[in-house]
Design a protein around this ligand. Structure first.
Ligand code: KG4
Ligand code: ZN
Length: 347
């Protein structure tokens, strides 16, 4: 499953070294957050605005694509305006405009993409399209001195991947999930025990006060850098079925802690194995689930083995546009072209 995420498709070149300070304004609208940010030289966030749709989608227990796209349309101009205001900047002072082009919900992506392209045309500046997964990894450049090579564990609602970041521009996926993404597994298990959507963060809170050895849950036997969480989810379902209803608080805490221990162990073990195989001594976490307390604990424990460990600040773990702007600065050869279209799945 060797695949290069970044596909240079354009001969327009932007040499960010030629310009003293490079300001990117980026938009992110791949799922249920409409976000806009301005980032200087890939690492310094000048302004960051996020309009979340979680309250809307809570009613449905998940993201409804058509509803999400309409909400992006309502929010996009507001987040752009607010971001310019916070930064006290105008479009003329922006060096390039950027947006997430995929993977994500097509109707949603189109809103951010078209807004960013329009800004690029209006201000006569380059447009840089960004892969959402690359952007999650690049969140680690914000406020740090992080430099490739490093090994990234990308854990989000839609993806679970180990990515070998060989240089600023080259991210190679070593392996991923063969069924549910880790965030998806969190949200499904959270739902099974009656937690509100999106359940990951609520399950994490319960897990911290539960007994992680209370339930013995299975670990899937899959490839070296692959993951599978559907069997684990079914095992939790079996335990839920064996319980009297309504579920007791003790059960909910203990099953959450046992689930979290199982997931965090398999993720960090495989991340460490990838580092050993490719002789890498720096690891980074990325994606919404990188906010998880136990995944962070176990990752930072790798410091005791001589690894340098990075994880984005909480606000840059879940979907935001600062990470997209950072990716646009460091990976400006990716989709640097006004003809770029959106895509729904990883290519
Ligand atoms: O990266 P993200 O914001 O959106 C995607 O690109 O998918 O990730 C959202 C996912 C959701 O599944 C949410 O439940 C999960 O991240 N999440 C967590 C935590 N905070 C957010 N999962 C486990 N523990 C957390 N603390
Ligand atoms: Zn995301």
């Amino acid at each position: 499953m060797n695949k290069i995420l970044t596909t240079p498709i354009s001969n327009i070149s932007i040499n960010t070294n030629d310009i003293k300070d490079f300001y990117v304004m980026a938009l992110e609208s791949s799922c249920d957050e409409t976000a806009c940010a301005i980032v200087k030289n890939g690492r310094e966030v000048i302004a960051n605005t996020v309009a979340s749709q979680i309250e809307t989608h809570k009613t449905f227990g998940g993201v409804v694509p058509e509803v999400a796209a309409r909400e992006h349309l309502d929010a996009v101009n507001l987040v752009i305006e607010e971001t310019f205001q916070k930064a006290n900047m105008s479009g003329d002072e922006i060096s390039a405009f950027s947006a997430t082009v995929g993977p994500g919900l097509v109707g949603c992506l189109l809103v951010g993409l078209n807004a960013a392209k329009s800004l690029a045309i209006a201000y006569d500046k380059p447009f840089i399209g960004i892969n959402h997964l690359n952007a999650h990894v690049c969140a680690n450049y914000i406020d740090t001195e992080l430099k490739p090579p490093f090994m990234a564990l990308l854990v989000s609602g839609g993806h679970t991947q180990i990515i070998h970041v060989k240089s600023y521009e080259e991210q190679e996926i070593l392996g991923g999930t063969i069924d549910d993404a880790v965030g998806e597994a969190y949200d499904k298990v959270a739902r099974l025990i009656g937690l509100p959507y999106p359940g990951g963060v609520h399950l994490d809170k319960l897990a911290q006060i539960g007994n992680k050895t209370a339930y013995s849950l299975p670990t899937a036997k899959v490839g070296e850098f692959e993951f599978s969480f559907s069997g684990l989810k079914t095992a939790v379902l079996r335990e839920v079925k064996n319980q009297e209803k309504p579920l007791s608080d003790e059960f909910r805490k203990d099953i959450s802690a046992s689930f979290q221990e199982n997931v965090s162990k398999v993720l960090i073990t495989k991340l460490e194995n990838a580092c050993k195989k490719f002789n890498i001594k720096t690891v980074v976490l990325a994606g919404g689930v990188a906010a998880n307390s136990e995944i962070r604990n176990k990752a930072f424990e790798l410091q005791n083995k001589g690894y340098k460990v990075y994880a984005p600040q909480m606000k840059y773990c879940t979907d935001n546009a600062a990470m997209v702007a950072s990716a646009a600065y460091f990976m400006s050869n990716t989709y640097n072209n006004l003809d770029v279209e959106v895509f729904s799945r990883s290519k």
